[in-house]
Design a protein around this ligand. Structure first.
Ligand code: FEO
Length: 617
């Protein structure tokens, strides 16, 4: 009997679940099953987005027939040719003789590789930017190579603003009656599986995922329909922000993941003592026996935690088998930006430590903690000091790490009050988002007003485009600039108007907070997200009073003060040769030449008034 789910008036989920599969792709355990999603669009033309795995083909066909009613299928869009989504392709090809297969050239090639049948006359090849009108709906095709295979493309329905995202934003786990992520406690019950899915399936292809996210950021999306797991129709930023983080290989949490391989328990013993010492110092720890826990879970944990410890016995003059497989897996999945400590064990010729260091040394931005701790058969009392030293080195490294809450902006309820201590009479990048437009400007007044709940005030010049965006959206982020901020940052965000420029174009050091608004990730020591509760008209400026919704500390670098900016960052203004007298804008450095500065003069660059000018000597 069919079991379909209505998504919108025109769209129906016709996929199916498999709870009997032991190993997805023959590698990844799926104790909670997996869903294969397929979607039918009932427009003037009928359009199916992908099919399913052969294990659930029967139920899928029942679902499709029911959702089609007495209509025929006009189009099958093949976004991903991997057989877990294309197993029913041939069946549909024979069942619906008028059906056209919509795919790109690479997919066409793959179809011919997988099936010994001539489909050429019924293939409609699309490329980046092509569209297909099906009546009420217009479908836009966007190539997403290597998210997860080279032929992958996604489809955007600009009528209902739905992104059919192929493998992206997918999740392990069967759908247990609920189709939408907002019907379950996704953060509590499914985020770990979403991370395991991401890190193991597409974790290797961070750059390609970033490219897709960049394309997606340019369109308005109301719903995401992936090929596995839940459909996202609310709080899309919860999953998008995780993808932004995971694709950058930055850790989500500060803490230590310890993975150990132990034959007779002695290496495990050393790992446990280290974990205990770390906990004594208040450090979060998780532990895995690599011979027991599936590698996919440990890979996912390595994507989550900032510091990794590998403890392995030596085996056949090399790394113990299960640890060797794990290390190879991590290297294959491009693990980056982690701090690593190593413990080795060997009764007569310990080699595993150096070999682990060698393999991980090939990954980008891996920092190793001092020496490898080498055990001969079992830990002896004098070596407890070495364990203590390793725990101390890890703890010191952790306290020097940026607060990774900032890297986990989906934790929208996390407010770190220490971020308020970064506020001074300084300079800040104020950012806002309205529709698809991201913008930012420089401001110099951010103050904490109350501590419980935390409220801040900002004053923003009405001439700034960001001002108008905040009036309309009532949300903003403040990035607290540090003394290392180059003049270029002030030029970029302070000297042009967002009305006619994209402030983020060509500027890479930014990402989104949980509220979907961008913030700067370089030359910044704290970020604050806030929602406006009151506004006060102050003539040239508006004062916004706002409730802090997220705040985090990014570094210990000093905040830039107004004075520091003028003394050390801003180039010294100079009169043109021949000019006698002038006035300089203290905000942006614009020089007005003349004996008298008109009282109503407005700086043409930053729009500040005559009060912000001083006479040039
Ligand atoms: Fe679910 Fe890459 O296939």
């Amino acid at each position: 009997m069919h079991c379909t789910k209505k998504i919108s008036d025109d769209l129906t989920w016709v996929g199916a679940n498999d709870r009997r599969l032991a190993m997805f792709e023959g590698v990844y355990s799926v104790p909670n099953g997996v869903s294969y999603n397929s979607y039918l669009l009932n427009d003037e033309k009928t359009v199916l987005f992908d099919t399913v795995d052969k294990a659930v083909q029967h139920r899928f066909l029942e679902n499709l027939c029911e959702a089609l009613g007495n209509r025929k299928l006009d189009y099958l869009i093949v976004q991903h040719m991997e057989p877990d989504h294309s197993a029913a392709l041939l069946d549909l090809f024979n069942r619906y003789p008028d059906m056209k297969i919509v795919c790109n050239a690479k997919t066409h090639e793959f179809i011919k590789q997988f099936y010994d049948v001539n489909i050429d006359a019924r293939v409609h090849i699309v490329k980046e930017g092509d569209t297909l009108n099906t009546g009420k709906h217009t479908l836009h095709f966007v190539m997403a190579p290597m998210v997860h295979w080279p032929e992958v493309m996604v489809t955007y329905d600009s009528t209902d603003k739905i992104l059919f995202s192929a493998d992206a934003f997918g999740c392990f786990g069967a759908l247990n009656g609920a189709l939408f992520a907002d019907e379950v406690d996704f953060a509590r019950d499914y985020m770990d599986e979403a991370r395991r899915y991401y890190s193991n399936i597409v974790g290797k292809y961070g750059k390609q995922v970033e490219a897709l996210l960049e394309k997606a950021s340019a369109i308005e999306i109301n719903m995401i329909c992936p090929l596995h797991g839940f459909v996202w129709r609310k709080k899309l930023q919860d999953i998008i922000s995780k993808y932004q983080l995971w694709s950058s290989y930055m850790p989500e949490e500060n803490g230590v993941m310890i993975a150990y391989a132990s034959v007779y328990g002695n290496t495990e013993n050393a790992a446990e003592i280290l974990a205990s010492r770390l906990r004594d110092k208040g450090v979060k720890t998780v532990m895995f026996d690599v011979s027991v826990t599936p590698a996919s879970e440990i890979v996912a944990a390595a994507f989550k935690w900032s510091h990794l410890v590998f403890a392995s016995t030596t085996y056949n003059a090399g790394i113990f088998v299960t640890m060797e497989a794990l290390i190879s897996d991590l290297v294959a999945h491009n693990i980056q930006n982690r701090t690593v400590a190593i413990i080795e064990n060997g009764s007569w010729a310990a080699t595993s430590g150096e070999l682990i260091r060698e393999k991980l040394g090939n990954c980008k931005n891996i920092m190793f903690i001092d020496n490898i701790l080498s055990i001969k058969s079992g830990l002896k009392t004098p070596q407890l000091l070495q364990i203590d030293l390793m725990a101390e080195a890890l703890t010191a490294s952790l306290s020097a790490s940026p607060d990774t809450i900032a890297n986990s902006p989906a934790d929208s309820n996390v407010i770190n009050p220490n971020a308020m201590f970064k506020l001074s009479y300084g300079l800040f990048v104020l950012t806002a988002k309205e529709g698809n437009k991201d913008n930012g400007c420089i401001i110099n007044t951010v103050m904490q007003i109350t501590a419980s709940p935390i409220k801040i005030s900002i004053a923003v010049n009405k001439a700034n485009f960001t001002h108008d965006m905040i009036v309309n959206t009532k949300e903003f982020n403040v990035s607290v600039l540090t003394e290392s901020a180059p003049f270029a940052v002030f030029e970029k965000f302070g000297f042009h108007s967002g009305k006619d420029t994209d402030k983020f174009a060509g500027y890479d050091s930014h990402t989104c907070a949980a509220n979907g608004i961008r913030y700067l990730t370089s030359n910044v020591n704290a970020v604050i997200s806030a929602k406006v509760s009151e506004t006060f008209d102050c003539g040239s400026h508006t004062m916004f009073i706002a409730d802090v919704t997220m705040s985090t500390v990014l570094s210990d670098e000093p905040s830039v003060t107004y004075q520091y900016y003028f003394d050390n960052i801003k180039p010294k203004p100079q009169l043109q040769k021949g000019a006698q007298k002038g006035f300089v804008c203290k905000i942006c450095g614009y020089v007005y030449e003349g004996d008298v500065l008109p009282k109503d003069f407005i700086c043409p660059l930053c729009k500040h008034g005559a009060d912000d000018f001083s006479a040039l000597k």
